[in-house]
Each structure stands twice: as structure tokens, then as C-alpha cells.
Design a protein around this ligand. Structure first.
Ligand code: ZN
Length: 247
């Protein structure tokens, strides 16, 4: 089975379209590690698509905020809060209901797991090697796919310690990682719709269970169109500007 694994689409239709075009013919099923919406200007198009096409998805913190599952948006920064309220007002009833019913991660798929933040807390950020080493003894699966940080790569844990997994390399479209036995992997596909690892290209990965490989991919997309929609929707301008620099 070949899985297209994506995360943090954040209502960026242009980013999503570029990923689907680029990955075409190289996957059998689509999985998503959360945050379908929030920040971008196309929440309904993205959720309509997700309802049709995604095999399994977990909820992200922005999905919860945008569909009203979080009453208190105080812990969101003002920009994220404004975007969440705007998104909530745009969503069709069916899409709102779909987001409200998304499962909380981790969920099991075959012999691996899919989650948004960390295996222990869906809202926690896995950013540093020390986070990964702390989690290792508690992981039930050798392979986990997570999102939330918008940073492509992740961590591998073996007897010798923790290593950072292949993140983006400027100008390179693909980094192949062959999975080794006896090693624990926490793998992040990166963000489709709002990368924050300094590479503005949309991010995704392909997990091939037969070949036992994870292939990290980047693809350029029509950033100007996504930016123009954010501005004309009246969303905070910073959300458009950051797309161009990938932070
Ligand atoms: Zn996110």
C-alpha cells in the first residue's frame, strides 16, 4: 500500500491542488494528520474534498476551533482567532458537522498511527529531539505520523539516541528515507498550506509499506492566488505574507 500522507492544509486550495497533481499515480490512499482549515481562504473547498477523498483523518486544534468545539479561543493568538471565527462563519452546515465529528488522534492505520500533535496530547508540539526521547518508552507503534508544527521531517529513535529525519533541502524535491527495523520513527509530512520550516513550497510524504520507505516531497504552488484570496476575504494580511517565505 502506498499512502499519501498530508497535514496542516489550512484551507489552502492552491497548495492542496499542487500536492495532488505532483503525487498523482504514486499513492493508493490519502491520510491527513489534521488542521484541514484555519488561516486560508478556502475552507469549504478543502473540507468538501476531504469528505470525498481522505481515507483517515484526525482532528487538529484549528479544526476544533473553527467548528466551535473550543468555546474559549483565548489561547489562540489574535490572528488565529480572527481566522477561526471567519472560517466558522463560512463553513456549510455539513462541513461544520464533519469537522465536529473528526476523531481525536492517535488513530491506528494498519500497524502505524496517525496523530496531530503528540501521541500523548493532540495539542502538544513535537519540535525537539528531547520531546521525542521522552516519548519513546510510551509509544505503542514503531511508526507514527504527526503534524501541528508545520515542519517537515521528524525524528528517529534508536539505541544510539535521536536523529532528526530528513527535512526540506532547498532546491531538492525529494528526500528518501528507508525505514530500519529496531528503530522508532516519528515522521511529519510538513504542512501543505502554511509551511513554517523556511521552505514555502507545499509539503507532503509518501509512505510505501511494501518498499518500507518514507519519501518526503516538496512542490511549488500558486502562492500569489492563495495570497490574493486571503486578502480579498478580509483575513489578516500577515497570513498572506507568511506564505511567500514559509515561516
Ligand atoms: Zn496547523
Amino acid at each position: 500500500m502506498r499512502y499519501l500522507i498530508i497535514s496542516d492544509i489550512h484551507a489552502n486550495w492552491e497548495g492542496l491542488q499542487a500536492v495532488l497533481r505532483d503525487a498523482r499515480n504514486s499513492y493508493d490512499r490519502i491520510l491527513c494528520a489534521g488542521d484541514l482549515v484555519g488561516y486560508g481562504a478556502d475552507p469549504n473547498a478543502v473540507v468538501d474534498w476531504a469528505r470525498r477523498e481522505i481515507s483517515a483523518v484526525v482532528r487538529g486544534n484549528h479544526d476544533k476551533a473553527c467548528c466551535g468545539l473550543l468555546d474559549d479561543l483565548e489561547w489562540f493568538n489574535p490572528v488565529a482567532r480572527q481566522a477561526a471565527l471567519w472560517t466558522r462563519a463560512q463553513l456549510t452546515y455539513a462541513n461544520l458537522e464533519y469537522l465536529q465529528n473528526l476523531p481525536k488522534g492517535p488513530i491506528r492505520v494498519e500497524n502505524f498511527q496517525l496523530l496531530h500533535g503528540s501521541p500523548l496530547d493532540e495539542d502538544e508540539y513535537l519540535l525537539a529531539s528531547s520531546d521525542a526521547i521522552f516519548l519513546a518508552p510510551q509509544l505503542k507503534y514503531r511508526l507514527s505520523f504527526f503534524g501541528h508544527t508545520h515542519v517537515q521531517g521528524g525524528f528517529l529513535i534508536h539505541r544510539g539516541g535521536v536523529e532528526v529525519l530528513g527535512g526540506p533541502v532547498s532546491g531538492k524535491n525529494r528526500t528518501l528515507c528507508a525505514l530500519e527495523p529496531e528503530t522508532i520513527y516519528l515522521s511529519n509530512p510538513g504542512s501543505v498550506g502554511q509551511p513554517r520550516d523556511g521552505d514555502p513550497r507545499a509539503a507532503y510524504l509518501i509512505y510505501d509499506t511494501k518498499e518500507n520507505t518514507v519519501s518526503y516531497q516538496r512542490v511549488g504552488y500558486d502562492i500569489s492566488s492563495a495570497q490574493a484570496k486571503i486578502i480579498s476575504a478580509g483575513l489578516p494580511e500577515i497570513l498572506a505574507r507568511r506564505l511567500a517565505i514559509g515561516v
